[in-house]
Design a protein around this ligand. Structure first.
Ligand SMILES: C[S@@+](CC[C@H](N)C(=O)[O-])C[C@H]1O[C@@H](n2cnc3c(N)ncnc32)[C@H](O)[C@@H]1O
Length: 277
């Protein structure tokens, strides 16, 4: 058996391993909601104390979040064959292999320490799949995107770790530079971010991610619309149906109390830029 690859990350970059661990846990199940053999292979190939994350109790919930992103990417690829997906803060996501239509151009933008790990485990395959080392906040990556076939920017599990002013400027810059494009992000609701910052989430779990700095409640679309005049539409996406208690996941937006507690997954549509100028 080949030697495992040692991965040492901390702070926000380490959180990518929590996501990978939970995707792999779901993908291993006989009744898996997520078909992700590469995630399983990665966990097996990596030398990292995954047991620090405890039992993967959030695996199904995380898989539903991932599937919601996958479906949105799938819709984009149907409408824009040969279009470009830019994955900001992609970590060791294996979404490319789950959604590849044989034509998509894929650009990963990640911090250098994470790119170092990603390139060892998931080497680039240009011209269709490329990785850039740098912060998503350093907008040099926007020059690497050919907008001709359509652009979808995804930021799964990233914005909550940025400061509110950084999130606003990043979304505004995308709206400015990618007319006709789409942005997908997930967010934590305000009450969860507060509990992450005051330490009360940490007291209840074995592993705690670094504090969440930016948050958004479900349906808080006016906040996003205020970021740039070229933001033409904002909507919360529905979670797919899960197993057992999570069979109601697509309907939680209709259940009072619970609907305010969910993590929104948001699709932002940019206008053509002309009327917004
Ligand atoms: C919770 S992980 C999410 C990883 C992946 N998107 C997923 O869902 O599995 C957060 C990721 O954001 C990356 N990250 C943090 N700050 C960043 C920044 N300023 N620019 C680009 N990536 C960043 C980290 O390296 C890490 O991979």
């Amino acid at each position: 058996m080949p030697d495992k690859i040692k991965v040492e990350l901390d702070g926000v970059p380490e959180t990518l391993l929590w996501n990978l661990f939970h995707r792999a846990a779901e993908a291993r199940r006989p009744d898996a909601l997520l078909n992700d053999p590469r995630a399983v292979e990665l966990v097996e190939a990596i030398d990292f104390p995954f047991e620090k994350f405890g039992k993967p109790q959030m695996a199904q919930w995380h898989a539903l979040r991932v599937l919601c992103f996958d479906r949105a990417v799938g819709r984009f690829l149907q409408d824009h064959p040969g279009g470009t997906v830019v994955a900001l803060g992609e970590g060791l996501e294996t979404q490319f292999w789950r959604v590849d239509d044989g034509r998509v151009r894929w650009l990963t933008v990640e911090l250098p320490e994470t790119v170092d790990v990603r390139r060892r485990l998931l080497p680039d395959d240009p011209p269709r799949r490329r990785t850039l080392a740098g912060s998503a906040l350093d907008l040099g990556w926007t020059d690497e995107v050919d907008p001709a076939g359509g652009v979808l920017i995804t930021t799964q599990g990233l914005l909550m770790y940025l400061r509110p002013d950084e999130v606003r400027s990043l979304i505004a810059a995308c709206a400015e530079r990618f007319p006709g494009g789409t942005l997908l992000f997930d967010a934590v609701p305000h009450f969860m971010a507060e509990r992450s910052r005051d330490g009360s989430l940490a007291a209840r779990s074995e592993y705690t991610a670094p504090p969440w700095q930016w948050s958004l409640d479900p349906g808080e679309h006016r906040e996003i619309l205020s970021y740039h005049p070229n933001i033409a539409g904002v909507r919360d996406l529905r979670y797919p149906r899960g197993r057992g208690a999570l069979a109601i996941a697509p309907l939680v937006h209709r259940i009072p109390v619970i609907r305010r507690l969910r993590m929104p997954i948001v699709e932002v549509r940019f206008g053509d830029g002309v009327s917004a100028a």
